[in-house]
Design a binder for this molecule. Structure first.
Ligand SMILES: Cc1ncc(COP(=O)(O)O)c(C=O)c1O
Length: 432
């Protein structure tokens, strides 16, 4: 493995091997991570990285684009089929870039927006003060209901009526419940706002129809391609049915702009990006083909079954799973009753071979770098072929670590058990 790099660059080789071993020997529970297939990685490591292709298929600013056009058209066509979308853009380098292009396509500097607060599960790009979104636009956060720990659509409506946002962002990084996009559409219509769904986390589950799709209800939808979609690291933007440029929206490119699709295309490039990453777009095409397969459907069903099993096993051991469970691939666990912070749990679990991230829980009293919770997800270990019983074993490991987080001997012995437990599950096992 990595034979060429081994000879050319020993220091970097060590990092690649170290990371390969880390991924192989540890239990990966970061809800936003997954293991892309060897085919996805082959495309990403291909000669397409050499090509400049500013523009879009058939309309490039560079010559020699006939083969990269094929790759981008494949990615676009497959993505349209997956989500039933008339328009897609597969060029955003990341989820954050996709969101940036969306905001610039719909609203102007200083406009009012609403998004789920970061400390209640929202994302940085949903209005955090340290992010471009919070700096460029006037965001009002909405929060989860204190009792249900779910989105309270009445509260969102009241807030929207009070604030009159021009756009409402819906979506999250740490929210385990199904989102009712139809309810959000009604709220947006009552206040005359655009509705933007960021489905970076559950995209793969939505693509296979296991969660409500935002496509029929939202003016625009964006996502990452590397979480439940199991593709290369990147972003994408979609519209269910293209429509005429609503009044007041500007495109960075001069000339006549009739449709929303043209505005978004021109905000992605030249508005905020130069040359597209054609090797990544080719890898997106591979991932979208995989996602269209029946095997991927089985995979997404298993991801959700595994998440439910994990949440229930945690609850059985007296862990407080936020909102009492999960509808998707992830869960947030408040570990205050176990007398440990999110930060210390993350560190102890990592020492024991279990990777997850500390995460604020709703109405957390700890600072963001400490937190009272951990976020767990099943996409990665499900890719390795794990099923419900394996989730129960993982929860037993977690509990042992949390109960003995100060005991290095226990952490070491769990680490060895974890390594043995993981060994029958190769990283790139295809789901049957
Ligand atoms: C809801 C949501 N949107 C956007 C992003 C940003 O994606 P990226 O890290 O690719 O910029 C994330 C990443 O975690 C996310 O969870």
């Amino acid at each position: 493995m990595y034979d060429l790099i081994k000879n050319a660059d020993k220091e970097l080789y060590d990092s690649l091997i170290g990371e390969t071993l880390r991924q192989t020997e540890k239990i990966e529970l970061i809800a936003s991570e997954n293991f892309a297939s060897p085919e996805v990685m082959e495309a990403q490591g291909s000669v397409l990285t050499n090509k400049y292709a500013e523009g879009y298929p058939g309309k490039r600013y560079y010559g020699g684009c006939e083969w990269v056009d094929v790759a981008e058209d494949l990615a676009r066509d497959r993505l349209k089929e997956l989500f039933g979308a008339e328009y897609v853009n597969v060029q955003p380098h990341s989820g954050a870039s996709a969101n940036l292009a969306v905001y610039f396509s719909f609203i102007n500097h200083g406009d009012k927006v609403m998004g789920l607060s970061l400390d209640h599960g929202g994302h940085l790009t949903h209005g955090s003060k340290v992010n471009f979104s919070g700096k460029f636009f006037d965001f009002t956060p909405y929060y989860l209901n204190k009792e249900t720990e779910r989105i309270d659509y009445n509260e969102v409506e009241d807030l929207a009526k009070k604030n009159k946002p021009k756009l409402i962002t819906v979506g999250a990084s740490a929210y385990s419940r199904e989102i009712d996009y139809a309810a959000f559409r009604q709220i947006a219509d009552k206040v005359g706002a655009f509705l933007f769904a960021d489905i970076a986390h559950p995209a793969g589950l939505i693509a296979k129809g296991h969660l409500q799709s935002p496509i029929p209800y939202c003016d625009v939808v964006a996502s990452t391609t590397h979480k439940t979609m199991r593709g290369p690291r990147g972003g994408m933007i979609m519209i269910g049915k293209d429509y005429q440029n609503p009044h007041g929206i500007v495109a960075p490119k001069s000339g006549r702009v009739k449709n929303m699709s043209e505005i978004i295309d021109s905000w992605v490039m030249p508005g905020m990006q130069g040359g597209p990453l054609m090797h990544v777009i080719a890898a997106k095409a591979v991932a979208f083909k995989e996602a269209l397969s029946p095997e991927f459907n089985d995979y997404t069903i298993q991801v959700m079954k595994n998440a439910k099993t994990m949440a229930n096993a945690l609850i059985d051991l007296d862990y407080k799973v936020i909102s009492g469970g999960t509808d998707n691939h992830s869960m947030l666990v408040d570990i205050r009753n176990k007398n440990i912070t999110g930060k210390d749990a993350e560190i102890a679990l990592d020492k024991a071979g279990i990777t997850c991230n500390k995460n604020a829980v709703p109405y957390d009293t700890q600072p963001p770098l400490v937190t009272s919770g951990i976020r767990l997800g099943t996409p990665a270990m499900t890719t390795r072929g794990m099923k419900e019983d394996d989730m129960k074993t993982i929860v037993e490991f977690i509990d042992k670590v949390v109960r003995n987080h100060d005991n290095e001997d226990v952490l070491n012995s769990v680490k060895n058990e974890v390594k043995t437990f993981c060994s029958p599950f190769p990283l790139h096992k295809k789901m049957s």
